[in-house]
Design a protein around this ligand. Structure first.
Ligand SMILES: Nc1ncnc2c1ncn2[C@@H]1O[C@H](COP(=O)(O)OP(=O)(O)OP(=O)(O)O)[C@@H](O)[C@H]1O
Ligand SMILES: [Mg+2]
Length: 258
């Protein structure tokens, strides 16, 4: 008997998800899966439910009492709500928000903090982690001589790359970015885009973006969210060449609304 070709199990697998704030449904999602080493783009206009989706994957509902999550989200095969504790889950998921949220710490400590908290003590090991993460975020050359100065003194684009370096410091399986380029100049945006293309060799990326062309440049597959619904999921090439199930996808991509 010939074994069926095996497809790798998804990194994130969603079924019958419903996210509400009070009575308001923010996102209703029947089925979605993100496979290893892809960049999965999520596009859609303001209020379409994209940030809520990331929050649910990362269990930020624990800190937002108005947020209610029903249905199933599996990360690496296990429902995110049954992880032993939320920290063990979050250690494997790096998150980058729209605006760089630098900690009031040195460049070095911004990256070393999480590994230290999870028990890495040896200075040489921390040094290695800091250098490796800063290199992966394409920031090392610019900051290697000022590791002890405050992260908040870096330029906006550098701070955003520092956030990425911090997101990588625990060697996550999944990196989720929410409109990372909102406060970043176009040149830095392109540099970060190059970083993401490199990173996907090693991990999986969910990229929420307002820039449809950014999804086109980076994402292997793209989902289109609208009004709290997932309207379309498909290969990015197909979606951008007009092979869509729903006309609203093309209308949005062409800037006819949103
Ligand atoms: N903490 C909250 N409390 C109440 N309603 C919320 C909260 N966060 C989001 N919402 C609502 O949920 C819906 C989805 O919002 P969400 O932030 O997920 O959308 P988005 O696609 O990320 O949009 P944006 O472009 O504004 O970032 C919106 O109607 C929003 O007003
Ligand atoms: Mg958002």
């Amino acid at each position: 008997m010939v074994a069926a070709p095996s497809t790798p199990p998804p990194v994130v697998e969603v079924n019958n998800l419903r996210i509400r704030y009070g009575k308001e449904v923010a996102l209703q999602l029947d089925e979605l899966s993100v496979v290893p080493n892809e960049i999965f783009g999520i596009i859609g206009p303001a209020g379409s439910g994209r940030t809520s989706f990331l929050k649910a994957v990362n269990r930020m509902d624990l800190f937002d009492r108005s947020m209610d999550v029903e249905g199933s989200i599996r990360f690496r095969g296990r429902d995110v709500r049954t992880w032993k504790n939320v920290y063990s889950l979050r250690r494997r998921i790096g998150v980058v928000f729209p605006l760089p949220v630098g900690l009031p710490l040195s460049v070095y400590d911004n990256v070393a903090l999480a590994p230290r908290l999870s028990g890495v003590r040896a200075k040489s090991e921390l040094n290695d982690i800091v250098e490796r993460c800063l290199r992966r975020a394409a920031l090392w050359d610019e900051v290697k001589d000022r590791l002890s100065s405050l992260g908040s003194l870096l330029s906006g684009g550098q701070q955003q790359r520092l956030t990425i370096a911090r997101g990588l410091s625990q060697d996550p399986d999944l990196l989720m970015l929410d409109e990372f380029s909102i406060a970043v100049d176009p040149v830095t945006t392109m540099r970060i885009e190059d970083v993401l293309k490199e990173l996907k060799q090693e991990l999986t990326i969910i990229l929420v973006t307002n820039l449809v062309q950014q999804a086109r440049r980076l994402a292997d597959r793209t989902a289109f969210f609208l009004g709290g619904r997932c309207i379309e999921i498909g290969a990015t090439d197909a979606i951008f060449s007009g092979e869509v199930k729903d006309r609203r996808t093309t209308d949005y991509i062409l800037g006819r609304f949103g």
